[in-house]
Design a binder for this molecule. Structure first.
Ligand code: IFM
Length: 481
């Protein structure tokens, strides 16, 4: 495992007083209770109940049953010394069909959650969209339909009105890259569509939804919150003489398609050129980029691994002239001529390479492009095959590999801080083992194990380790059982 140069300690490092240590989850991944208290159907209900879409036919019907166990989970967060909790709000709990008046029971659930956090001294960080689009909106085109962005603005207003006196940080979208490209181009995520042109339309409407949501929230909140978005920015490395061109191409489709309009107020010219064979971007209407370009207080960055890219030998036209069906479905529409190379291990259970220095590189790169923007690592964590053993005081999980992963990544974050990055916090993904999208319950990212038969929570060793870090702001020396 590498973590950059070796002259930097990876334990005993102290984070600044104001640095926030939190943990994150998302509604569909943990809540369950999908048919309760007026919740409508989401695209993930439909997708997970469609045979063949999710490993083992798993669904989020029960998940971690967090909806019913919220008090227990809040107490757990307190015991783990979390300074902040990043959760997402299920749009279909608030508006079962994505339109119309708010469902009070849905608002009440999140209101209780926010109050419970505040009572325990934990800062609420709320995400409006972590992929559970109301199915009724998908039936009208989903994110390919501009109306969805407008509806999102209204949803933001309703939520902001109810919780806008207590939420400290509002995040509009989580990882719009996944929503647009995994959902509408690769088809591995809900709604499972494989339409390259539609995925760019979805990306734009997600951007527009972000801008409209910030505007709506700003108009109704009564406290003084921070506004943000969370992006899974791709940490790209180029291989060989064509590496730089390949990095530019993927950076445009994967990163700058979002940061361009959100933070610079314009779509990058090279993105529009690269994708011209698929779309003319005529769905970007006059005034849209002004709406998308809202002042943000902090940018959320999710980081898990790096990608190594180069141009394919003798590559032809990218993505096919009409953008339909000439190539296998890909999450990189218009970039079939870019090759993603295998990377050296070690790997996580997801098959992702473990490369902590990529986090440092990414934070430095974001700082270089947006020097004034405070940053937060809103997700970082790892799925490994945990082993449960019987300890003196019950069942335990000695997940030294996860502790090692977290320690190395926190060290990388600390290096970025030391290099002058305005990094405000770190959220471990995830608080609980949960529904890992198309992998179902086969991937365990939690620092707390969930027994999916009994729903019992078992803090893993990494949870104790993280609790010590959160309490002392100092990277602990060794594993704590
Ligand atoms: O579980 C997901 C999360 O929902 C979004 N970011 C990546 C995580 C791990 O795949």
């Amino acid at each position: 495992m590498t973590s950059g140069s070796t002259d930097y300690r990876d334990s005993g490092l102290v984070f600044p007083e104001s640095f926030v240590f939190g943990s994150a989850t998302a509604s569909y991944q943990v809540e369950g209770a999908v048919r309760e208290d007026g919740r409508g159907q989401s695209i993930w209900d439909t997708f997970s109940h469609t045979p063949g879409r999710v490993l083992n036919g798993d669904t989020g019907d029960v998940a971690d049953d967090h909806y019913h166990r919220v008090e227990e989970d809040l107490d757990l967060m307190k015991r783990l010394n979390l300074g902040a909790y990043r959760f997402s709000i299920a749009w279909p709990r608030i508006q079962p069909t994505g339109r119309g008046p708010a469902n009070q029971a849905g608002l009440d659930f999140y209101s209780r959650l926010v109050d419970g956090l505040l009572e325990r001294g934990i800062t609420p960080v709320a995400t409006l969209y972590h992929w559970d689009l109301p199915q009724a909106l998908e039936d009208e085109g989903g994110w390919t339909n501009r109306e969805t962005a407008l509806a999102f603005g209204e949803y933001a207003r309703l939520v902001g009105h109810a919780l806008g006196d207590r939420v400290a940080v509002w995040t509009t979208l989580n990882e719009p890259w996944c929503a647009a490209y995994l959902g509408y181009a690769l088809g591995e995520h809900a709604p499972g569509r494989t339409e390259p042109r539609a995925s760019f339309q979805a990306a734009h409407h997600l951007n527009l939804a972000h801008g409209l949501a910030v505007q709506a929230l700003r108009a109704v909140v009564t406290n003084d919150p921070q506004f943000s978005v969370t992006l899974n920015l791709h940490a790209l490395r180029g291989d060989g003489p064509t590496g730089a061109e390949a990095v530019r191409r993927i950076d445009a489709i994967g990163n700058r398609v979002f940061t361009g309009p959100m933070l610079h107020g314009t779509y990058p010219a090279d993105l529009l050129e690269d994708t011209a064979s698929i779309t003319d971007w005529s769905f970007v209407l006059e005034g849209d980029t002004e709406i998308i370009h809202q002042k943000l207080d902090v940018l959320g960055v999710n980081y898990y691994s790096t990608s190594l890219v180069r141009m394919r030998n003798g590559a032809g036209d990218a993505g096919g002239a009409d953008g339909h069906g000439e190539f296998d479905a890909s999450p990189w529409p218009s970039a079939d001529d870019v090759e993603f190379l295998p990377q050296p291990g070690p790997f996580t259970s997801m098959g992702w390479n473990i490369e902590p220095s990529g986090l440092e590189e990414l934070l430095l790169a974001v700082r270089a492009e947006f020097p004034e923007m405070p940053l937060m690592v809103t997700e970082n964590g790892v799925a490994f095959e945990d082993v449960v053993t019987e300890g003196e005081r019950g069942r335990v999980v000695h997940d030294d590999d996860r502790i090692d992963y977290l320690r190395r990544h926190l060290t990388a974050a600390h290096r970025a801080l030391a290099a002058g990055v305005d990094l405000r916090g770190y959220f471990v993904w995830s608080l609980l083992d949960n529904f890992e999208w198309s992998f179902g319950y086969s991937m365990r990212f939690g620092i707390v194990r969930v027994d999916f038969d009994t729903l019992e929570r078992i803090p893993k060793d990494s949870a104790h380790w993280y609790a010590q870090l959160a309490a002392t702001r100092t990277i602990p020396e060794a594993r704590l059982g």
